[in-house]
Ligand binder design. Sequence first.
Ligand SMILES: Nc1nc2c(c(=O)[nH]1)N[C@H]1C(S)=C(S)[C@@H](COP(=O)(O)OP(=O)(O)OC[C@H]3O[C@@H](n4cnc5c(=O)[nH]c(N)nc54)[C@H](O)[C@@H]3O)O[C@H]1N2
Ligand SMILES: Nc1nc2c(c(=O)[nH]1)N[C@H]1C(S)=C(S)[C@@H](COP(=O)(O)OP(=O)(O)OC[C@H]3O[C@@H](n4cnc5c(=O)[nH]c(N)nc54)[C@H](O)[C@@H]3O)O[C@H]1N2
Ligand code: SF4
Ligand SMILES: [Mo]
Length: 706
Amino acid sequence: MVEMKYVPTICPYCGTGCGLNLVVVDNKVVGVEPWKRHPVNEGKLCPKGTFAHEFFQRDDRLTKPLIRVGAAADYEGAAIVDVPISKITDGSNFREAEWDEALDLIASKIKNYKPEEVGFLACARSPNENIYITQKFARAVIGTHNVDHCARICHGPTVAGLARTFGSGAMTNDFISIESSDVIFIIGSNNLEAHPLFGRRVIRAKKNGAKIIVLDPRYTPTAKLADLYIDFKSGGDVALLNGIMKIIIDEGLQDDEFIENRTKNYQKLKETVSKYDLDTVAKITEADPEKIKKAALMYAKAENSAIVYSLGITEHRHGADNVMANANLAMLTGNIGKVGSGVNPLRGQNNVQGACDMGALPTDYPGYQKVVSVAAQKAVEENWSCTLDNCAPGLTVVEMIHASARGDVKCMYITGEDPVLSDPETNHVIEAMENLDFLVVQDTFMSETARYADVILPAAGWGEQEGTFTNGERRVQLVRKAVDAPGEAKYDWQIMKEIAERIDPKFAEEFTYNNAEEIFDEMRKITPQYAGMNRERLERPEALHWPCPTEDHPGQGLMHIDKFAHPDGLGVFEPADYIGPSELPDEDYPLILTTTRTIFHYHASMTRRCKTLDKELPTGYVEINTVDAKNLGIINRETVKVKSRRGEIEIPARVTDDIVEGEVNIPMHFFECAANFLTTSRELDPKSKMAELKVCAVVIEKLGCI
Ligand SMILES: Nc1nc2c(c(=O)[nH]1)N[C@H]1C(S)=C(S)[C@@H](COP(=O)(O)OP(=O)(O)OC[C@H]3O[C@@H](n4cnc5c(=O)[nH]c(N)nc54)[C@H](O)[C@@H]3O)O[C@H]1N2
Ligand SMILES: Nc1nc2c(c(=O)[nH]1)N[C@H]1C(S)=C(S)[C@@H](COP(=O)(O)OP(=O)(O)OC[C@H]3O[C@@H](n4cnc5c(=O)[nH]c(N)nc54)[C@H](O)[C@@H]3O)O[C@H]1N2
Ligand code: SF4
Ligand SMILES: [Mo]
């Protein structure tokens, strides 16, 4: 008889963190079934979760270490030999190798670079335990803080901006809280496509009587839910939010008691926003001033108003200013620390909250303890029984790419990230990858980046390992192993442990782990937010929210109830003036390009390998407003050329009224017409080092063929 088992686990895609059951027959994942009583999604799934199992059926998984042909012999021995390697972008230029050979090669190469010449990218798609080991390996074995991950170009401004204002860079409320809101102010989040099972709660809130306001340059499925939709050009949010706060203050709708008792720096906020009268704001943003006023009054007058935002706010060179403007708005009206209110950034990757918590950040050890703090350094040293003599923050993702292109970073070790697809300015990223002396990529599939690697290591993926994911509402949940990893693939943590031991046998005592649970137990000793969690407590379906400081603490869904997380307990108003995007349209490049997501794909590597999802949407497109299309003589589905100062792509046009005039949009998932050939990486947010993924200037040319 065929034995079938259900393995309860957490969806591998977005930060909503839905529960589901993997159906396993004969060590193969054959389907997904609902986990009906899961507290996040109550058995419902979006298309990505529903068809999550399909990529398991693919036969193109990485199953053996691969070494670039022509390179291996030259790597023998410890010396770094300057070998000109032709970086050919085809998987067939690699040869299969045994683990011993691949790991010896990596150990012998990596230990000869200076610490500052090595950079690490951690994988926010994989469990906390892998990420913890990646940053520990970078810091304890190599001696560098050059460790970062995709949050940098995602919610990095959230981490920086909410830490400054509230003292903690995370979502302030849990997901269910939104169902108690009277007004939901959604700015730069298309959650019906990007966080659909959170979006389901927004729909429920609306049924309960909540009013929805959406501010987005595109009339998205989420915007179509709105009672009040405000369209405007990408990049204007600081001006809009300052304008909204000015109206609230002018109308006397601020919460004086909250401001007095719980915050500081209010006078500065008042001064700054006083410059943003409706005319000025309307001129900057092209939004309808009447609607702005209406939004301000709706938000401020309701009993419980919640702000929901995502990348439309963060992915700008003023991303942290945008985030802080939202935090200011919530504090101004006392909409923080109570159910139905709060500032709710919808975190992206399944485990990007965890990746930040684990310290895969060049400035922070686990638990947001600063690498510049001697006390933090001592605490970590004690726990790891090693010396960490470096307290200068390391490089961020985009800085590592720039440093690789310059030759300052010579070696990168990339675990489960695909910068050639995902990072801004693809041609520049490729140049950087080609310029590296040594590149290791550890992934489950042959990614776009892996094609430039010297060594590719096959990692076990989702459903093939135990561990924990932390979702966007800080809920730490167990993920379970359903099947064995294919071929010779190993766990990410296991690979790094084996390299550490090869670099110096003394690290065998440092990386003693036999399983993910042992790693979690070490991690929680130096991560105050997780200190009270253990496997037994996490076995409960509702799991635990951080902060959870002790084993008898129930975890905390709602933050900042009586005081903020700053040492003095006060929230800080952090006003900022509008600076706008660095590249605005001009005669040569007359259109604004923004880049987004669609419901059927999740970045690329896994959903593009799910046959049902691929059938729904096999390739990309550029959305262009009907009026702009008419002026350019472009018809729906016609293939056009989109050019920026950094590159060009050919892509089918999608003519629509659902985007403002003068702006076009390309979903980010499709390498054959990748948005990032066009985006810019040159100007970074000084507060968070975010690149401007939501705005650059482009021109569209007709190709004359369909
Ligand atoms: N289906 C799917 N879901 C995903 C992902 C995926 O790839 N596919 N990825 C996950 C990840 S990593 C993340 S970070 C989240 C992202 O989730 P979201 O941030 O919701 O996704 P985006 O579509 O990138 O951008 C959101 C909206 O910002 C708008 N926008 C553009 N410019 C501006 C602006 O200047 N101001 C404002 N206010 N809005 C603007 C866009 O029109 C878009 O509708 O999604 C997660 N969920
Ligand atoms: N233009 C534009 N660019 C963007 C964005 C945008 O809005 N516009 N959004 C940005 C955002 S928000 C994000 S988060 C980034 C995402 O950028 P990336 O971090 O590059 O995103 P993924 O494609 O999710 O990459 C994850 C890789 O990890 C692999 N993987 C999955 N599980 C595991 C595992 O357990 N172990 C290992 N070793 N590998 C694994 C996958 O196969 C995949 O190759 O893209 C950013 N880029
Ligand atoms: S909403 Fe996110 S976590 Fe839930 S099923 Fe969809 S992709 Fe997975
Ligand atoms: Mo993200």
